[in-house]
Design a binder for this molecule. Structure first.
Ligand code: SF4
Ligand code: SF4
Length: 431
């Protein structure tokens, strides 16, 4: 079982207040406030542990604990190996244990995210809102201004597809004649409902590479529940997903959502003391791979058509620091003929999306996003590629509000495009 906040004392006291985290903490760079910095957050948590403050009763402390992006940049930079992101998650779990969740958060986590049917119904309602004229009305009557943070974040929503990825699976899944590998694909909530085109591209790319794909019926990975301190639901979802995936004999479990990959990895620690689920979770953690990571590991077809464009890459926090996946997506992008790859300054700086952070902390998230957009603009690229749907949503919003002419795209979509362009070129040659 993951250690509770009270069991984390020896982790917190390791912070020696050296301030090495100052240069890398996005919330500190955006606000300049000491308590928006890893060091400041650690100080608050330490004082709470020493009984000088009560973490669970002071809304002001609460606010600093919840404004952390959990991006992990401070952890990577810390000479004392202070695991601030883990400590913040433990503090949030402590706050939740003491006070419960605010009703809207509880509804979102338990009523919607943990129930795929309701989530899909919600996505369909959003699609209706986008296409029926209700969106136009809400935007032009000032209704959105009344909705607070939710109203501000409304522009983040991508165009919701008519069908979910799961709806399309019967047409998409084709068993290769002689598959050289077999994997299970984890269809995350955002990919399934909001970015089904990304999931379709991933499935096509895998099958194109002679890899058989099965898609177990899974639930949310639980990472939002962990981030909001709902340990009970995190455990429940972990067990459901382990039940679903352990039925399949596969070499790897792949996902095109860096956050889901990180979430599936988290089960090993979460359930390590469980005699039944502990070994299943450890087995799953060893198999979970980011979609680019696995393709580079097993090798992928290099015969492609050209994608003539300048491309840069944004590292999702959960990929680069969570999974340590950095080179593989770049390797894939650089292998596409016609692609001119340009490295972006601070490519691994958080974009401010951080799951639902861009909804709950819209203004701060926008400040963090502005830095990313300034860096993107300097590259002169047409495509801003990434490996996580939450980043994709945030980056697309950034390009929109900063009026930049680029397009946010998933690495698998560009690779899929290159394979399709080869087919088009071959047909043209034959004709
Ligand atoms: S969190 Fe690490 S880097 Fe930041 S002040 Fe503490 S010891 Fe230094
Ligand atoms: S996890 Fe990110 S936002 Fe939170 S304290 Fe560390 S660097 Fe700052």
């Amino acid at each position: 079982m993951v250690k509770t906040f009270r069991e984390r004392e020896e982790d917190i006291v390791r912070c020696n207040r050296c301030g090495f985290c100052e240069e890398v903490c996005p919330t500190y760079k955006a606000t300049g406030e000491e308590f928006s910095l890893a060091r400041g957050r650690n100080r608050l948590m330490r004082q709470s542990m020493e009984g000088k403050l009560d973490l669970t009763r002071e809304p002001e402390i609460n606010q600093h604990i919840y404004s952390c992006l959990l991006c992990g940049a401070c952890v990577a930079a810390c000479p004392s190996s202070v695991i601030t992101d883990t400590l913040v998650k433990a503090a949030r779990a402590e706050i939740t244990r003491a006070n419960g969740q605010p009703f809207p958060i509880r509804m979102a986590l338990r009523g919607v995210l943990a129930n795929q049917r309701r989530l899909t119904l919600g996505a369909k309602a959003l699609r209706f809102y986008q296409r029926s004229g209700a969106r136009w009305l809400a935007r032009h009557t000032g209704f959105l201004n009344l909705m607070g943070s939710l109203g501000k974040a409304e522009g983040l929503l991508p165009a919701i597809p008519e069908k979910t990825l799961r709806d399309r699976l019967p047409q998409l899944l084709k068993k290769p004649l002689k598959p050289r590998h077999k994997v299970a694909y984890f269809a995350g909530c955002m990919i399934n409902n909001f970015f089904s085109a990304v999931g379709e591209a991933t499935l096509r790319v895998y099958q194109e590479n002679n890899i058989e794909v099965v898609v177990p019926t899974s639930n949310c990975c639980g990472i939002p529940h962990e981030a909001y301190g709902d340990t009970e639901m995190h455990i429940k979802l972990a067990k459901e997903n382990l039940d679903a995936f352990s039925r399949y004999e596969v070499e790897a479990v792949v996902t095109d959502c860096a956050s889901c990959a990180h979430g599936l990895h988290s089960y090993a620690e979460l359930l390590q003391d469980d005699p039944h689920y502990g070994p299943l979770a450890a087995e799953l953690a060893a198999k979970v791979k980011d979609a680019s990571q696995y393709l580079v590991e097993v090798g992928y077809k290099k015969e492609m058509g050209p994608v003539n464009a300048t491309v840069t890459y944004h590292d999702p926090c959960h990929a680069v620091r969570g999974l340590k996946v950095k080179e593989q997506p770049r390797e894939i992008l650089k292998s596409i003929p016609g692609v001119k790859f340009v490295e972006m300054n601070e490519a691994d700086w958080c974009c401010g999306g951080a799951g639902s952070y861009n909804v709950t902390h819209y203004d701060l998230s926008r400040k963090i996003l502005a830095r990313k957009m300034a860096n993107f603009e300097k590259t002169g690229a047409e495509y801003l590629a990434t490996s996580c749907p939450a980043c994709l949503m945030q980056l697309a919003h950034g390009l929109d509000v900063h009026h930049l002419p680029g397009r946010a795209i998933h690495v698998m979509q560009l690779l899929d495009q290159a394979y399709q362009n080869r087919v088009v070129r071959n047909k043209a040659k034959a004709g």
